[in-house]
Ligand binder design. Sequence first.
Ligand code: C2E
Ligand code: MG
Ligand code: MG
Ligand code: MG
Length: 287
Amino acid sequence: QAKEAGRNVYRVFTSDMEITAQQQFHYEAALTNAIKNDEFFLQYQPKVSCETNEIVGFEALIRWQHPTYGLISPAEFIPIIEKSNLIIEVGEWVLSETTRQLAEWRQQGLPLLPIAVNISGRHLHDQSLVPFVERITQKYAIRSDLLELEITEGVLTGNTEQSIAAMKELKETHIKLSIDDFGTGYSSLSYLKKFPIDILKIDRSFIGECDSRNDDAAICTAIITLAKSLGLQIVAEGVETAAQLAFLKQHECDVYQGFYFSRAVAAEQIPTLLASVTAETTASLAD
Ligand code: C2E
Ligand code: MG
Ligand code: MG
Ligand code: MG
């Protein structure tokens, strides 16, 4: 876990098992201030077409720049705020910031590509979510199908009926829904046909060695085949090497994300990134 948090990211908090009630209180106070003091920001990781190598969308990933602790990874603070309604406040901030960003990019004349936002179980199951999505998409005049909500498979294994109801309501707003970290949550495959989802994201733990281990290769191809036969778009996460990408292309995965193409970057870098990819594609077509 500490390794996953990445370089330049301090581990301020211990694993949530070790957090005492007093510490939880302390962190919640710091996180409440974080919203007020504007300490959160988003980075955007491109989602890329396996077929055309073009950017087809982004995933918004939250970061916390604490004035004294420095940059804190969402893997550390999201589990803490998920225990309270703070996660709804933070989730609303992420949703409105991404929608505002889409409006800004439109203003700048950039192509409007969908942005995926991670949403916690508590927020998914909260009655405020649907009206909130309707409100912000209207406020910024953004089509709601430009927003995707990523829900981890783990969330869906708990309150299945409640989740299906919440997802059906969301679908009525035309928002896109995806299952994140697929393959890690022990959900029954039969639920896949009950969830009104559009996208399935293969967890990066299967991608890491998909080109070198028979078992991971078998799992990836099975998930790709399953998703396609259910009419879902399939996204591979955590693609770091050319060999992994070659494997995914060969097995007709639709979309990939990963350090091989780009890490998550600041919003200001997106116009340059889009322009450089377009230039490359044009150049390779001219060859
Ligand atoms: P996730 O939604 O599965 O996001 C993918 C994570 O994998 C991101 O970590 C991303 O930076 C990282 N990643 C992407 N490509 C690669 C790669 O090629 N190699 C490796 N090793 N890692 C890669 P990040 O940004 O630290 O986020 C961790 C998790 O925190 C996310 O996992 C998501 O569950 C949660 N999270 C992030 N932002 C939000 C948010 O706004 N709201 C909520 N509720 N959760 C969030
Ligand atoms: Mg995600
Ligand atoms: Mg994921
Ligand atoms: Mg993941």
